[in-house]
Ligand binder design. Structure first.
Ligand SMILES: Cc1cc2nc3c(=O)[nH]c(=O)nc-3n(C[C@H](O)[C@H](O)[C@H](O)COP(=O)(O)O)c2cc1C
Length: 432
């Protein structure tokens, strides 16, 4: 970061105060920081404070004759090695997506020759609003990089969800990977977890993923269309947040997430055995699409077609219910048990019924009916259902869903005041 020139564009959100710390840390690393503030940003933090920290004039006015002569809105962006928009309001994101240039911040961004890094911060409803999501998708398609928002408690009382500005160290790390800052290193894209904030250190997270295969005979089996993409992304996000992760996976054709212990299984019975063996865990996330039934008597040899005879009848018997078995354990139940519900109709109604019948803490329900492309696809739209409420997240990539879910888990553990390190120590003391 030494001698790198960062242009920080601040818009008007409560999280603007975090930029004071950000500027200090960037300057500690030897960066030169110039700041553009929107009129609204100046309601939250004074240009005087920002100027004192940057040791530079703060730029606020598009029509400032002196500034236009000396530096100007074009040079402001051209003279920067990287541009960071933080906090990025819903309003500024909308202006960027639509090419507005009616103030200094939006004019600089429109005149820029480099895509900025954008760190949104806003109320969860504003973030999840279709208009904001549409604007974000448009900007992503235009090559703009986003970091965050994180899921957690909002400054407003009783509000939680995706919308928090990512913490300063994560902002600096993402900035350090921008072209112009780290030559030759591309910033990580949305196909990898952007979670860098930790929060699960010292905890063991158990995740199941993929389908199960239930044999009919040595060559045939009953399966489903699960790809494992969502479960694997969750395992990767939990690992990125600092957890030790065990991933029990059915047969899939995708790579193992890095730094995660993977146990491969085929059937539901084998999955349950592997899950029980991996316990104790602090958090259990049961994302696998486990077959409900297996064939009562599997053929020891390939079942042959008999000329003139009726096709064989398959008798199905129930598989163990992995989610319920773990969620209702008297001893060694994870503190937080999250189940997934793949539904093709009455998604929320079925999710509520599943929450009640399985004994788990949260159900993440997704609509997997034909035409949604969720099974096997890269995107997902989920509803997180829990006792006393539900939140519906917008359509996102499965990696973003994983990041948001892990962020929500971190926030939940913090709310329960479970300090991971203390907890781990307590467990050892109890000989768990
Ligand atoms: C107390 C208060 C807090 C606000 N916090 C946010 C916020 O965190 N994120 C956001 O997108 N807008 C927030 N707003 C609304 C923006 O300030 C408003 O949309 C403004 O027009 C944004 O202008 P700008 O994008 O030019 O900075 C807040 C407004 C108020 C009054």
């Amino acid at each position: 970061m030494k001698n790198k020139r960062i242009l920080l564009i601040m818009s008007g959100g409560i999280a603007a105060y975090k930029c004071l710390e950000l500027i200090r840390r960037l300057r500690d690393k030897g960066a030169h920081v110039r700041v553009v503030m929107t009129r609204a940003a100046q309601q939250f933090v004074t240009p005087l404070s920002v100027s004192a920290l940057t040791n530079e004039k703060v730029f606020t006015d598009l029509f400032d004759l002196n500034d236009e002569r000396e530096i100007g809105h074009i040079r402001l962006s051209r003279e920067a090695d990287a541009i960071l928009v933080a906090p990025a309001t819903a309003d500024l994101i909308a202006k960027m997506a639509n090419g507005h240039a009616d103030d200094l911040a939006s004019s600089v961004l429109l005149a820029s020759d480099k895509p900025p890094l954008v760190a949104p911060a806003m109320n969860p409803r504003m973030w999840m609003n279709k208009a904001t999501q549409r604007n974000v998708s448009q900007l992503e398609a235009d090559g703009v990089r986003f970091i965050g928002p994180e899921v957690g408690e909002m400054a407003e009382a009783n509000e939680a969800g995706p919308g928090r500005l990512v913490e300063v160290p994560a902002l600096i790390e993402a900035l350090s990977k921008m072209p112009g800052i780290a030559a030759g290193s591309e910033p990580s894209d949305r196909s990898h977890s952007m979670l860098k904030h930790g929060g699960l250190e010292g905890l063991h997270v158990l995740v199941t993923s993929g389908p199960t295969h239930e044999p009919i005979d040595p060559v045939r089996y009953i399966a489903n269309r699960s790809s494992g993409k969502q479960g694997h992304a969750i395992a990767a996000a939990a690992q990125a947040a600092g957890a030790r992760v065990t991933l029990v996976s059915g047969p899939v054709n995708i790579p193992d997430p890095e730094g995660v212990e993977v146990v491969r299984v085929e059937t539901a019975e084998a999955m349950l055995a592997a899950v029980e063996k991996a316990l104790p865990a602090d958090v259990g996330i049961f994302c696998a699409a486990v077959a409900d039934w297996h064939v009562a008597s599997q053929g020891a040899q390939k079942i042959k077609k008999q000329k003139g005879a009726a096709p064989p009848k398959l008798e199905l018997v129930p598989n163990p219910d992995i989610l319920k078995t773990i969620a209702t354990r008297k001893k060694g139940r994870p503190d937080l048990v999250v189940g997934f519900a793949a539904e093709t109709e009455k998604v929320l109604e079925h999710a509520r019924a599943k929450l009640a019948s399985k004994g788990c803490d949260w159900i993440v329900a997704n609509d997997v009916s034909a035409g949604t492309g969720v099974m096997g696809g890269d995107r997902n739209k989920v509803h997180v259902v829990r006792d006393g409420g539900q939140v519906s997240w917008p359509d996102m990539s499965k990696v973003q869903v994983a990041d948001a879910l892990v962020g929500a888990i971190v926030a939940e553990l913090a709310k329960k005041k479970i300090a991971p390190a203390e907890k781990e120590r307590g467990k050892k003391a109890r000989g768990k």
